[in-house]
Design a protein around this ligand. Sequence first.
Ligand code: SAH
Length: 274
Amino acid sequence: MKNKPPKVPNIARDIAHSIATGQVSLVGAGPGDPDLLTLKAVKTIAAATVILVDDLVNEAVLQHANANARIVYVGKRGGCASTPQAFIEKLMISEAQKGENVVRLKGGDPLVFGRSGEEIEALQKAGIRVHIVNGITAALGALASLNTALTHRDHAHGVLMVTGHAKPGDPGTDWRALAHASRQAKLTLVVYMGVAAAQRIQYELLHGLPANTPVAIVQDATLPSQQHALCTLDCLHQTLTEQRMASPCVLLIGDVLRGLDHLGRKHELQSALG
Ligand code: SAH
């Protein structure tokens, strides 16, 4: 029997491959205000040859892009027709394999409810180099605009970031368990994508949290169109409906919001600029 020749690494081929292969950066565009971009995000956007833009990204951020960069809009809003995730991943991989310097621009921080986990896995599997550039997540932008901290030595020892929108077929968050945990451990609850399920979230959370738990609802955080409403947990859904608040909103729930001036009233809508 003939011996198989040993596998010798083809160094020339590997070097050629790594030169030809581009890279993908998952970049956080922040919550809306383009001044909240990090310097690293600005530099990474400027160096990109292909930019895939999510729909919560402020267009103004693209002023940093090179005039020759190819811009592709790949919006993905819950419930709306959107570019399938598998297509986006394929596109990133094929562009990087052509040697392009790809930037995937995402709202807020790419690591918070941004499907980055799935994308990192797919890119690494395809042998593509991945870089992450952090951004300011929506909840932090929202809290800054309310002059409120996320934690407080007296009221909030920690934070739970939760999505109100589970994958189809997934039962989603156990809100009752969360309510008990957040009460016992003094945690602030931060709910992303919670508008559509607000009624159920309120109902379930009231099984473990007091009716008068303070809530802030912030829509379009950090943008000139920002609005917020302050209420108590038992009025969450009513407030959203009466004030016609819509996605994108973050719901901030917990005693850390007790310091806000207007909590005495049932609910109140204010313009960020007013
Ligand atoms: N990666 C993003 C979150 C993406 S999930 C981040 O770190 O912020 C999309 C959800 O984020 C929206 O449904 C909403 O809950 C929240 N969101 C994003 N931008 C927002 C904004 N400007 N104001 C309020 N909520 C926002």
